[in-house]
Each structure stands twice: as C-alpha cells, then as structure tokens.
Design a protein around this ligand. Structure first.
Ligand SMILES: Cc1cc2nc3c(=O)[nH]c(=O)nc-3n(C[C@H](O)[C@H](O)[C@H](O)COP(=O)(O)OP(=O)(O)OC[C@H]3O[C@@H](n4cnc5c(N)ncnc54)[C@H](O)[C@@H]3O)c2cc1C
Length: 423
C-alpha cells in the first residue's frame, strides 16, 4: 500500500520538503502531492531587485515542475481540513472543489503582510510580499515619474514624487533602497520632474531599524541610507492613508500617492479555517520535530509555524529557517511511515545580511561582521547558491551582468495585463 503525503504550500519550506520526500521515500511507498496557488516558487530575497529592474521578474521565480520529479503538483488552495477524517479541501484552480485524503499532512502556507487598523491602509497602501507587488510597485514608480514630468501643478508633482515606506525590517529597507536607487537613475530621463526632486521616506515605529541584525550594523545601514537623502523617521507611526497623503504620528501630513506597507508579516489567514491549534499570533505551534501539537499526522514549517528555536523562543519568519525545516519535517514524516528515524530541528542561524542597493549591504556570519561591498558580495553569492535550479542561477548572473553597462529600463508595463478590447 502507498501512503498519501500532502504538502500544502510550495514556497521555500514546502518545495524543500517535497524534494527531500522524493529522495527518502521509495517510489512505491508514497504518493506525494503538493498544492500551491501558483505553478512557481518565488525567491523573495530577489523581489527588491525585480522591482528595481536589475533582475527580470520571471527570473526570481522557479517553475515547480522543473524542480519536482515525482510529486503530483496541484494548482489551487487548501481551504478546509478535517483532522478526524484526515482530509483536506482543495479549491482547485479552474473552480472545482475536491476532498483529498492524506496519511501525513505538511502545512507550509507561509505568511501575508501584517495589517494594522490604520484608516485607509487597505484601500490606499501597497504591500511588498509577492512578485505581483514588486511589478506593480515598479510600474507605479515609473508612472509617477511620467505624470510628474507632465503636470504643471506643484502640489500634484510633490504627491507623485514622494514615496513613503512603512516598516524598517529587512524586507522594507531592501525594497526602499533598491527602488530609490532605480528611481534616482531613471530621473535622468525626466528633466522636469528632476528639477522638483524626489522624497523617499521610511517610517518606523521602533527607535531603530533592522531588528534582525546587530545595532552597529543597523546604524551603518541608517547612515548609508540617510547619506543618499532618504528621510528616516524613527519612533513614528503611520496614522492614516488617503489616495494622496500619509498622516504620521508627529502630525505631519506627507503628500504622497505611494505608501508601501512593509511592517511585518502574519501567518497565512486560511490557517484559522483549518482546524489546527494556533498561538496568539496565529501560527501553528509545533514541537521540536515540527509536529503540530495534538495532531499526530500533521506537521507545520516556515512562516506559518511557531517552531522552537534552538537559540530560545520561536524561529523567526525567514527563508533561512523554512528551507532547513522542510527537509527535517520530510524525514520525520518518512520516519512516521517506517523509513528512517525521527530527528529534532536543531538549526541555529549563523548569518544574516541586508542588501542596501548600490553594491552595498550589511551582515554577519558567526561573530564576523561585514559592511559595504564585501557584505554585498557575500550576500549575493549566498543567494546564488540558494535560488533553486541551474537555469535560474544562470539567468540571474546574465541579468546582473547585462544591467551593469546599460541604462535602467524605464518601460512602464502596467497596462499589459489589460489588453484593449477587440473592435
Ligand atoms: C521582500 C522580501 C525579502 C525577503 N528576504 C529574505 C532574505 O533575504 N532572507 C530570508 O531568510 N528571508 C527573506 N524573506 C522572508 C522569506 O521570504 C520567508 O520567510 C519565506 O518565504 C517563508 O517560507 P515559507 O515556505 O514558510 O512560505 P512561502 O515561501 O511564502 O511559501 C508559502 C506558499 O504557500 C502558498 N499558499 C498560501 N496559501 C495557500 C493555500 N491556502 N493553499 C495552497 N497554497 C497556499 C503560497 O502561494 C506560497 O507559494 C523575505 C521576504 C520578503 C517579502
């Protein structure tokens, strides 16, 4: 008899788990199924570069079918779960709904942007979490430069040329740094907008940015970004967003049509409908073997899980942790089915890097700290080793090489998904 193993989510953790299950489970022993919303996995550390145009957007995603050898890929969403019957509900792409039985279930559903009750936020601000977000943001920046170059109204030009990022974690900071760099180059093509100048603002509620790295490295990043003219407002909160303004806790009303919300992540909201235990932050609590508390056949990894961190507390929501948890969960699932022995998750993060654009970064490996170009080079080499698939590695190198001698591409492709009606 072959066991049914279902993996919900094909991002960093789910994909690694599927690959490991393919490796350790004999073909006849298990039917592997992976359910994902798209047929690709996104390499999110490269999203800022996709937004800035140094990487072609298609090259920051990897088609799952290129990587998976014998896992059955189903496109759609897991929308329900019955732990007693051991089934999940699959809303397949195309509209069909199906009940899928499992013997072992791995939840790797990731996270979404954490939204706070700020008036106007969901209506007027943008997130920065997916490839779609990166593409939309890039198009927005280019479109705003176009409009600012054409308008005669001072106030309108100011709204168009002011970009507000909220949240000083690594995702927000990297996106801001790359896009400001891109826009600064692109400005050469917009002489009237250039006369007015742009404003890039980072708003952070805490007294510091980059809680993920040491204070001195965060200070270096702050100095570097301030040196580029980025206005970093610490201990400040976003109070309200409208179509053309952002109101801050200092009382300042910033005229801006672009507010990017990068203030943290929350576990995938669908978890609330999956009949699994959740902690106070909405994550699925798991033990050191990544098994869900109280459910023998269900496992959880990555951003959607609250997994014990060997350093204390729970693991932070990073790809670094998700890609290491995936194979451990896979081997523990195999052990549960009689192949191999179970093992705890023992990975201790030794390195972290934050890209600051312009060939600069900050980071740490063990006790050694790096700043500037050496940090950027190390970070890029690390990411090159991690992006799945040889084709994607080659494309990334070619994109970076080709982007060096040429001007930035400022084609605004926002309308390509809305072709004109026939006739
Ligand atoms: C801009 C940015 C930069 C980042 N940079 C770094 C970095 O440099 N280093 C680092 O370590 N981390 C980084 N991260 C964090 C990293 O992306 C996450 O920690 C990582 O993606 C978590 O992996 P995961 O497998 O848990 O979830 P994900 O990789 O998000 O995968 C979850 C998958 O589940 C799918 N899914 C969701 N709901 C359903 C459903 N109901 N049914 C089926 N499928 C579903 C999603 O489509 C997705 O494919 C960055 C994040 C962002 C946004």
């Amino acid at each position: 008899m072959a066991w049914n193993v279902v993996i919900a989510g094909g991002g960093f953790g789910g994909l690694k788990a599927a690959r490991e299950l393919e490796r350790v489970m004999p073909k006849q022993a298990a039917r592997l199924m992976l359910v994902n919303e798209q047929n690709y996995s996104t390499y999110s550390p490269f999203l800022p570069e996709a937004a800035a145009g140094t990487l072609e957007p298609r090259h920051v995603v990897t088609p799952l079918r290129d990587i998976l050898k014998r896992t059955y890929l189903r496109l759609g969403e897991i929308v329900g779960h019955d732990p007693e019957a051991k089934t999940v509900e699959l809303a397949a792409k195309g509209g069909d709904q199906e009940t899928v039985p499992y013997d072992q279930l791995l939840l790797a559903l990731g996270s979404v942007s954490r939204v706070l009750p700020v008036p106007g936020l969901t209506e007027h601000a943008m997130g920065f979490k997916s490839l779609a977000d990166a593409i939309v943001l890039r198009n927005r920046v280019v479109e705003n430069l176009e409009l600012a170059n054409a308008t005669q109204e001072h106030q309108r030009r100011e709204e168009l040329l002011t970009f507000v990022f909220v949240g000083g974690g690594y995702a927000g900071l990297e996106a801001l740094a790359e896009l400001q760099d891109f826009a600064a180059d692109a400005m050469d093509s917009y002489p009237r907008a250039r006369l007015h100048g742009m404003r890039w603002i980072l708003v952070e509620a805490a007294p510091r940015v980059l809680p993920e790295i040491d204070q001195d490295l965060a200070d270096y990043a702050l100095r570097e970004l301030r040196g580029r003219g980025i206005d970093i407002k610490l201990e400040t909160q976003l109070k309200e967003v409208t179509a053309n303004s952002a109101t801050l806790s200092t009382g300042e009303v910033v005229p801006s049509t672009t507010v990017v919300w990068t203030a943290g992540v929350a576990p995938a909201p669908i978890l609330r409908q999956l009949n699994v235990p959740l902690d106070e932050r909405g994550r699925v609590p798991v033990d050191a073997h990544l098994r869900v508390h109280g459910l023998d056949s269900v496992w959880a990894i990555g951003d959607c899980a609250a997994a014990p961190d060997p350093r204390g507390g729970t693991c932070p929501p990073t790809a670094q942790h998700a890609v290491r948890q995936g194979p451990v969960a896979a081997r523990n699932i195999a052990a549960e089915l009689g192949i191999g022995t179970p093992e705890p998750f023992t990975y201790r993060s030794e390195a972290s890097f934050v890209n600051l654009g312009r060939y600069k970064a900050v980071g740490r490996i063990g006790d050694r700290k790096f700043r500037g170009f050496p940090a950027w080079f190390l970070a890029r080499s690390y990411h090159m080793s991690q992006i799945p698939g040889y084709a994607r590695k080659a494309h990334a190198v070619l994109d970076w090489t080709a982007s060096m001698p040429f001007k930035r591409d400022i084609a605004e492709l926002g309308s390509v998904t809305q072709p004109k009606r026939l006739g």
